[in-house]
Every structure is written in C-alpha cells, then in structure tokens.
Design a protein around this ligand. Structure first.
Ligand code: ZN
Length: 314
C-alpha cells in the first residue's frame, strides 16, 4: 500500500450512528464499511461493545467486526466501555480497541458510573488480558481522553487534568492515548496546547490521533492544527452524521469528505479516492431515515474544475 501522510479513521458506524434511534440494518452497515474501504479508508470504527440494551443501534458490533476483518488492509477499530467489552472485542478479533476515559470525573460518574480509580483498574485488567495473548493476536489498546477540551458538566478542564489522565492511562497499560473533543469545545489553539503538553508528558509516539466534533464549526480548523503539529490519525464521519440531538443544525464529527478534500487539496495524501468516497453517501442516505441530515460542503458543491488529489489512485 502506498505511503500516506494522514490517516482518516471513519467513525460514522459508531459515533455517527449511536445518537440515531432507528436501527440501521446490518447489511447496510456492511455495505457502508465495504464501500469506504474500497474508496481507500484504512481504519474504520465499526461499533462499540456496550450492552445491547443500552445501545440497540450497535448490537451487531460482533458481526461487523467479523465482516470488516475480511477486508484486506483494513484496521478494524471498536470502542469498549469496560473489561467485559474488551473481552468481547478481543474475542471478535478487533485490531484496535479504545476505552474512553472522561477526564472530567463528574462526566465519568454520570456516563459510566465509575470513578477514575475504577476506570484505571479496568484499564489495567484489559492490559493484562492483552498481554496474556500471543503477540500476533494482541489488539492495539488506546485510552481515549474524553472531554479533554471541556465538559458539559464541569465546564473548563485544565491542561494539568488532561496530562495527569494521560499519564495514568499509560501507567495502567495503554499502548497510547488519544485526544477527544467529546463536547465540541475545541479550538485550534487548544489542540496545540493539549497535544504538546501530552507529548511532553508521555512521548510523541504515545499520542498520534485526535477525535473532533464540528459542533461549533471548528472541526476542520482543529484538524488542520492537529495535522500541522504532526498528529497522524484524524477521526471523521461520513456526512458528518452524529450531531447532538439537542443542537439542531450542528453536525457531529468532522465530515469525512470535507476533511479528505482539505488534505488532498493541500497535497497531503490520505490514500482515499474522493470521488469514490462521495458516492458512499448514497448508501448511507438510503439506509438512514429521511429526517437524519447528511452534512458536507464538498458533496454539495462538487469538486473544483481541474482538481488534482494528492493521492494518486490507480
Ligand atoms: Zn465523538
């Protein structure tokens, strides 16, 4: 596979869908995953191992992991809330598992009913389980620093809180940490400050990715700041789905198509065929209820005349 400058991690099937009530058929999710991988997307977060009673939309994650694993070269990522979820993810064969830790302990208590100490215990148990596996079967284990840029309950989250949480996640056995703007509070300066602070604490190779939301229209600006700093993996969702149901008009994650357009136009290769990616919207559109909005400026405006992508596709 060709070398790429920036890796896009498609999180639509997980982060995008989790706030959407009507359940998307498993066959449609598979078609979506297939089509994105065919367009050149190399990492897809296909679901989350939360109890089906809590999140029926993601109840088919085991089946989606098994399916996605058959696609050559695709890194299959999942979210896990706890040890039990990690066990299921490992049994299913996920390549990358992320456990989100709310840097805001108030948010952690409200969301997963666990203190930080309890969360680090879960992380340590998961790390031990991974260590017990043969090397070839060990998934990459990431600790996600949720609410890193601010919390809807606590408000401001200090850089020190984020750095401490990153250090504790690494001490508990994560392979790396990721910055996550769960609430859409980030701005480009905050991206720079937090990335550099976490790098200084745990090492540059222990923070390589960022998860952003476009809630206040800052998604691409933050992504640009992250990429210019040297973060390699940026999460995005097709059509920007997954907006907050309480903030009408606010898209969810960064729109994958717009992010790919920005990077490719800048001469940064993502390995993704943008025209092919834009066509994936039809699959997702057809599988979602009409009231769910698909966002994206590139899809609306089309590619500029004479546009040349950085990724040379065969
Ligand atoms: Zn998110």
């Amino acid at each position: 596979m060709a070398v790429i400058d920036v890796e896009i991690s498609e999180v639509g099937p997980r982060d995008g869908l989790q706030s959407i009530q009507p359940i998307m058929a498993t066959a449609a999710k598979k078609a979506w995953i297939d089509a994105e991988a065919a367009a050149g997307v190399r990492e897809i977060e296909v679901g989350s191992f939360v109890p089906a009673s809590l999140l029926p939309q993601l109840a088919d994650t085991t089946e989606l992991v098994a399916h996605a694993r058959t696609i050559p070269g695709l890194k299959v990522a999942v979210l896990v809330p706890n040890f039990r979820g990690a066990e299921a993810a490992i049994a299913a064969g996920a390549h990358k598992i992320t456990i989100p830790l709310s840097v805001s302990e108030t948010h952690s208590l409200k969301n997963v009913r666990r203190t930080h100490a309890q969360m680090f215990e879960e992380v340590a148990r998961i790390a031990a389980l991974i260590k017990s596996l043969p090397a070839a079967q060990r998934p990459h284990f990431e600790g996600g620093l949720s609410t890193a840029f601010g919390c809807t309950l606590e408000g401001v989250i200090s850089t020190r809180q984020v750095v401490t949480a990153a250090e504790q996640l690494m001490a508990a056995g994560c392979d790396e940490v990721g910055l996550s703007d769960t609430t859409g509070y980030a701005d480009p300066r905050a991206v720079r400050v937090l990335t550099q602070a976490v790098w200084a604490a745990v090492g540059r190779d222990k923070l390589t990715g960022i998860h952003l939301h476009n809630t206040r229209g800052q998604g691409l600006a933050c992504a640009l700041a992250a990429v210019e700093l040297g973060l390699f993996t940026v999460d995005a969702s097709l059509g920007g789905i997954g907006g907050c149901p309480f903030a009408p008009g606010a898209s969810g994650n960064i729109v994958t198509e717009d992010l790919v357009f920005m990077l490719e136009a800048m001469g940064l290769s993502t390995g993704i065929d943008l025209e092919q990616l834009l066509k994936v919207r039809e699959i997702v559109r057809a599988a979602l209820p009409a009231e769910v909005e698909l966002y994206g400026f590139t899809a609306a405006a089309g590619l500029p005349k004479g546009f040349r992508a950085a990724s040379v596709t065969a």
